[in-house]
Design a protein around this ligand. Structure first.
Ligand SMILES: Cc1ncc(C[n+]2csc(CCOP(=O)(O)OP(=O)(O)O)c2C)c(N)n1
Ligand SMILES: [Mg+2]
Length: 658
């Protein structure tokens, strides 16, 4: 590194690039990058283990910019360190369609962005999952996995509720390689944080089991000392860094006017003078750029050393590690599933799909060692714990079952982080109704395209006595509405294992398995190797002759549809039944396949113990038997009668149109 380049010069390069890019775009957030430039400079220059030439190196330190609105901080760092292919032209294209520099950092879109951030609180909660994955993989692979997860979080990140769930999990599990730099600038959009907040964040983190303290976030020596101490800690660390938002801007620094708009020519000229940065917009002097580029190369030696370490491992260990990081399933996975499907077709168990899910996990978990299941305090109800998934504890991370506590949102966000880290396939669980408690993280998983395979049981009024607070009604539709989230609702044991198979094979999509509390009959009594559920929908019970009626159903209502088919047959009306375990996958099939499954019977009936929304694409203006209101408390059989979701009701709906 050019010895004559000062800390201030390096930090000011971030400040200048950020204010210039926001100015050019006439949109964006200059305040955070200008305030956090000192923290970022010390972290990247002196501590972060990364190699700009190999941004995906598995044992790199992770950096999560939780306050995604400060994206120019990250884009400046990527450009300055020479990470990926970020060029100065890309910074000039900040916030433009198709650029590498969108408004908020987007995973996959920009090399070097570890996770999509922007919805406040998600970054810090996702980072908890990354740190957890690191510790679990370290327990399994030893010295091959040994890195830190750094987070830069803002006031808004720490105000969001999900941060509480996240820090509680991290503190409890003693994720000591998680280090959060808190941009403690006392400013948010509406003004001073004192308008709405008086939390003592340091005390709060300490009570959650963290090491925490205050420093001056503009003093590089204090920042370095605090980070070094954090690396030695046996607990996760919060470093509350007192900073000035928009540092350098003459009138806007320290005010909410610096947060989220271009500074304007006069203010920028004043900032250039204050920061002693006389250079033209987007110009970083050669010596300063070269100092930053050498920071980008600093980790090369460590990276090479790690590559040698990997090479020195026994062939099986190296191959397994590489397979896990690549995200490929074990070679024999399909064979294991098919043997099990064959057995199920013969056994035809009549059990709840949550029990079928547990039975499937008993087969899948031993075959897929990267699968890490868990539950948000509903282990006995979700049936996601099997013998192969030993639980992890604060002092022993060698298991792969996670007791998340009653923290659906923290669980879902951390699962995203585990998936992003790589090496593990996370699976959270709770009741389907409580997907509402974690929807922002489910949406982000889908937006990022990460493989998180959740299990949500108690999937309809069929859960019975707990009543309408616990009975999902609109949830299937609401989850189907999230693009790239696979919403599975299997009808029996065979479909359940097929849905697991499809979920695990969908490398770039999160999935939800909606499973029943009540027992269901077995339909798939003839073994076929093909995964019919992965087609999204298929004819499960053909008509006797040319069908006048097609009945479409998912999950527990497939049995109602099949019973209705019988009633119709007795009346001389031929009907066929189509099982729809995954609408999302069905609409990805060829048009010809979709047409063949929807069929040309003049009457199309839908049945699902949920609202009609999402079914019109299949049944058109055909009748729908389902829910129009919230559920009620009662036995599940009485509830299906009460709400009129019965074979007779389905048959009547069809007959009314014959
Ligand atoms: C969940 C969520 N709610 C609201 C917003 C809109 N928003 C963006 S930044 C921000 C708060 C800014 O305060 P702070 O987090 O302290 O950032 P700073 O102004 O200090 O950069 C808000 C409300 C958001 N991005 N995410
Ligand atoms: Mg703030």
């Amino acid at each position: 590194m050019a010895a004559n380049v000062t800390h201030d010069a390096m930090a000011n390069a971030i400040r200048a690039l950020s204010m210039d890019a926001v100015e050019k775009a006439k949109s964006g957030h200059p305040g955070l990058p200008m305030g956090a430039a000192d923290m970022a400079t010390v972290l990247f220059r002196d501590l972060m283990k990364f190699d700009a030439g190999d941004p995906h190196w598995p044992d790199r330190d992770r950096f999560v910019l939780s306050a995604g609105h400060g994206s120019m901080l990250l884009y400046s760092l990527l450009y300055l360190t020479g990470t990926g292919d970020m060029g100065i032209e890309d910074l000039k294209q900040f916030r433009q369609v198709g650029s590498k520099t969108p408004g908020h950092p987007e995973y996959r879109h920009t090399v070097g962005v570890e996770t999509t951030t922007g919805p406040l609180g998600q970054g810090i909660a996702t980072a908890v999952g990354m740190a957890l994955a690191e510790s679990m993989l370290a327990a399994e692979f030893g010295d091959l996995v040994d890195h830190h997860t750094y987070v830069l979080a803002s006031d808004g990140d720490l105000m969001e509720g999900v941060s509480q769930e996240a820090i509680a999990i991290a503190g409890h599990l003693r994720l000591n390689k998680l280090i959060v730099l808190y941009d403690n600038n006392h400013i948010s959009i509406d003004g001073a944080t004192s308008l709405s907040d008086s939390v003592d964040q340091v005390a709060r983190f300490k009570s959650a089991g963290w090491r925490a303290g205050h420093i001056d976030g503009h003093d590089p020596k204090q920042i370095l000392r605090a980070l070094r101490a954090a690396k030695r800690s046996d607990k996760p660390t919060l470093i509350a860094c007192k900073t000035t938002i928009g540092f350098g801007a003459p009138t806007r620094a320290g005010t909410n006017k610096a947060h989220g708009e271009a500074l304007g020519a006069t203010e920028i000229a004043g900032a250039r003078a204050n920061l002693h940065w006389p250079h033209e917009p987007f110009v970083v002097p050669e010596d300063i750029l070269s100092a930053w580029r050498s920071v980008g190369r600093r980790g090369k030696g460590k990276r090479n050393k790690w590559r040698r370490l990997l090479k020195s491992k026994p062939d099986e260990v190296r191959a397994e590690f590489e397979r896990r990081i690549a995200g490929d399933l074990p070679k024999n996975f399909d064979d294991v599933v098919n043997a099990y499907k064959q057995k199920l077709a013969a056994d035809a168990p009549e059990i709840a799909t949550r029990k079928a899910g547990e039975a499937a996990l008993k087969i899948i978990a031993p075959a897929v060692p990267e699968l890490a299941t868990g539950s948000a305090d509903l282990t006995g109800s979700n049936n996601t714990k099997v013998e192969a998934t030993k639980e992890i504890t604060p002092t022993d991370k060698s298991g792969r079952y996670i007791h998340w506590g009653i923290r659906e949102h923290g669980m879902a966000a951390a699962c995203n982080g585990i998936a992003l880290h790589g090496g593990l396939i996370p699976s959270g669980a709770s009741f389907l109704c409580f997907t509402d408690y974690c929807r922002p993280s489910l949406r982000l998983a889908a937006l990022m395209g990460v493989r998180v395979c959740h299990v949500f049981t108690h999937d309809s009024i069929g859960l019975g006595e707990d009543g309408p607070t616990h009975q999902p009604v609109e949830h299937l539709a609401a989850l189907r509405a999230i693009p790239n989230l696979l919403m599975f609702r299997p009808a029996d044991s065979v479909e359940t294992v097929e849905c697991w198979q499809a979920a695990l094979k969908s490398k770039n999509s999160p999935s939800i398995m909606a499973l029943t509390r009540q027992n269901l009959p077995a339909f798939r009594r003839t073994h076929v190797v093909e995964n019919l559920s992965a087609l999204g929908a298929y004819e499960i019970s053909p008509a006797n002759g040319k069908a006048a009626v097609s009945i479409f159903a998912s999950g527990s209502e497939v049995s109602i549809a099949v019973a209705a088919q019988k009633i119709l047959a007795d009346k001389g009306v031929a009907a066929r039944v189509v099982s729809v375990p995954c609408m999302d996958l069905f609409f990805e099939q060829s048009e010809a396949y979709q047409r063949s499954v929807i069929g040309d019977a003049p009457i199309k009936v839908g049945v699902e113990a949920a609202i009609r929304q999402s079914w019109d694409a299949i049944i058109g203006d055909g009748p729908f038997v389902g829910m129009k209101s919230y559920g009620a408390s009662g036995t599940y059989k009485a509830l299906y009668e009460h709400f009129g979701i019965t074979p007779q009701a389905v048959a009547d709906a069809a007959l009314a149109r014959v």
